[in-house]
Ligand binder design. Structure first.
Ligand SMILES: CC(C)(COP(=O)(O)OP(=O)(O)OC[C@H]1O[C@@H](n2cnc3c(N)ncnc32)[C@H](O)[C@@H]1OP(=O)(O)O)[C@@H](O)C(=O)NCCC(=O)NCCS
Length: 281
């Protein structure tokens, strides 16, 4: 019999096996951070002591739940396990005004049936950094701890919910990917990043315009020639996608950002040039 129970730290190793089976980028540290940040948010599907599925939701303040890590063992797919995990996870964020997620093409039909609607198409892009990102310092400088309050404030308005704990964690584990551009007394943009199993990952990348976003990205990537990076960009911004193609990024797979309700995204999506990633929003 398959039961849905809380996900425990000792399930993480098996959860990682599902990530590898689906080509996902999470490392053990990412699972542990997700669990530590949301101790009651994650569940396991357990069949007679065997882990056959996982899923959870991050609580962003009092307003937004972010569903993530919905993964079913390839041998157990199509038998309703994913739906049961989702129902349990949604119960855990029932008190929040809004619930969002980034769907893979495989997950989208499941979420449509549960009342989620498309908000924005995203693309997972990939590049191996070349040696020609020469003018990478244009206007951008490394982000300092003293910049964090301004970044967290802007991020709350751009994303539409308070992701302070996640952003502080990103900054702590990969400060080398944290950059900003100043403008007058404030910021004109910022980016953060993280490490991954298959590739490093840039995001969020938030800016007043595409030119600033480009400066931030080249500053972030420039020192890391030869390294492989992912970036999850809005797919409905052709000019920005052309900039990314010019920097060597190619599309690897599509995602769809979805919200329960009428699909209207909170925040200021036009300022978001790269999301943190499907598991963080
Ligand atoms: C997506 C995933 C979690 C679905 O889990 P699952 O246990 O196979 O899903 P279910 O059996 O509960 O299916 C739920 C419904 O969606 C439908 N469905 C599931 N996968 C589908 C697919 N790829 N295409 C079309 N419909 C699909 C099922 O037919 C079912 O419909 P029904 O209730 O009318 O019978 C699983 O396939 C998986 O782990 N995929 C790889 C990781 C992934 O992409 N996760 C989603 C992240 S956003």
């Amino acid at each position: 019999m398959t039961e849905i129970r809380p996900l425990r730290p000792d399930d993480v190793r098996e959860g990682l096996r599902f990530c590898r089976a689906s080509g996902w980028n999470q490392r053990e540290e990412d699972w542990r951070a997700l669990l530590a940040l949301n101790p009651d948010g994650f569940v396991a599907a357990d069949s007679d002591g065997r882990l056959v599925g996982t899923g959870g939701a991050i609580r962003y303040g009092d307003t937004l739940g972010w569903v993530c890590m919905i993964l079913v063992d390839p041998e157990w797919r199509g038998w309703g396990v994913g739906t049961r995990i989702m129902e349990e996870v949604l119960g855990r964020v029932a008190g929040l005004a809004l619930v969002g997620l980034d769907a893979t093409p495989g997950g989208r039909p499941v979420y449509l049936k549960l009342g989620f609607r498309d908000a924005r198409p995203l693309a997972r892009l990939e590049t191996r950094v070349g040696t020609s990102l020469g003018d990478h310092a244009r206007g951008a400088r490394p982000l300092a701890a003293a910049d964090l309050p301004a970044v967290l404030d802007w991020d709350r308005r751009a994303f539409g919910a308070d992701r302070a704990a996640v952003l502080r964690w990103l900054f702590g584990q990969a400060p080398e990917y944290a950059w900003c551009v100043e403008s007058g007394a404030g910021l004109a943009g910022y980016c953060l990043g993280r490490h991954g199993h298959n590739a490093e990952h840039v995001g969020p990348l938030v800016a007043r315009g595409a030119e600033t976003a480009r400066d931030l990205l080249t500053a972030c990537l420039g020192p890391h020639a030869g390294r492989r990076f992912y970036l999850d960009a809005p797919r409905d911004e052709p000019a920005w996608l052309a900039v990314l193609a010019g920097l060597g990024f190619a599309e690897q797979r599509p995602f769809t950002r979805m919200y329960r309700g009428d699909g209207t995204a909170p925040g200021r999506p036009r300022e978001v040039f790269a999301v943190v990633g499907p598991e963080f929003g």
